[in-house]
Write a protein that binds this ligand. Structure first.
Ligand code: NAI
Length: 212
């Protein structure tokens, strides 16, 4: 039950940001950082950072701050980024192909094993070395290849039926890019990326600058 989770969603949603900032620090060869400095660059308060990280058992040392590499590795583990996940992309159009071409997800451990589409012009093609297969073969492929995550990049009209099919083959998680709220059982982890909602929030803010 999502409401009874020990760690609040607000904290969980900040973890990728910690991960990103710590990686940048590592790339700059910065070995340690105080919660004050970290809070300055991240735009959070030092006490919020301490509170957030206390959810996972602390990590900071009084008077020393945080060991950047140790904290980074700990957050990688907490986020499950120390593992690999087999993924499929359903819908091999503009967005599906863009995701398939983006190698950083793969570097983070999300391996794109196959793409599926219904368009005969796309079936049989490859994006990098990722095959586009006939969507009719999706269920069989998922069962045989230990697929953990389905990435939905179909038009919104098809997204629910695609999600239903993924659920039936025991997919663990769905990353949904279609602009629609999907219904899935509680045991399926669903994460939506609604790009236009973000854009329209930008639009609101542009138009209400004076009130902010
Ligand atoms: P697209 O039309 O280029 O690609 C959609 C693909 O899904 C097509 O190749 C189509 O044959 C395939 N498809 C349709 N039904 C299917 C099914 N049942 N199983 C497997 N494949 C199926 O559309 P695009 O631009 O890639 O957008 C895909 C989704 O992502 C849409 O819901 C769109 O609203 C959303 N989106 C796209 C963005 C973009 O930058 N292109 C940005 C934000 C959201």
């Amino acid at each position: 039950d999502k409401d009874n989770m020990k760690i609040s969603m607000a904290v969980i949603r900040r973890l990728p940001k910690y991960h990103r900032y710590l990686r940048d620090l590592l790339e700059k060869d910065i070995k340690r950082i105080s919660s004050k400095e970290l809070s300055n660059i991240m735009g959070l308060t030092a006490s919020q950072i301490r509170q957030d990280l206390n959810n996972f058992g602390g990590f900071g040392q009084q008077g020393y701050g945080y060991n950047v590499e140790a904290l980074y590795e700990e957050i990688e583990k907490i986020l499950g980024l120390d593992k690999q996940y087999n993924t499929i992309i359903v819908g091999a159009g503009n967005l599906g192909q863009a995701i398939a071409n983006y190698t950083n997800f793969e570097k983070a451990g999300f391996l794109p094993k196959c793409m599926f589409d219904i368009n005969p012009k796309l079936i049989g093609l490859k994006i990098r070395d990722i095959q586009i297969m006939d969507a009719d073969h999706m269920e069989e492929y998922i069962r045989r290849n230990d697929i953990a995550i389905g990435i939905i990049c179909t038009p919104k009209e098809q997204a629910q039926s695609v999600a239903d099919r993924l659920v039936k083959c025991n997919i663990q998680g769905i990353w949904n890019f279609a602009p629609v709220d999907l219904n899935v059982p509680d045991h399926i982890i669903l994460e939506n990326v609604h790009l236009s909602e973000s854009l329209f929030t930008l639009s609101y803010l542009l138009n209400h600058r004076d009130e902010l």
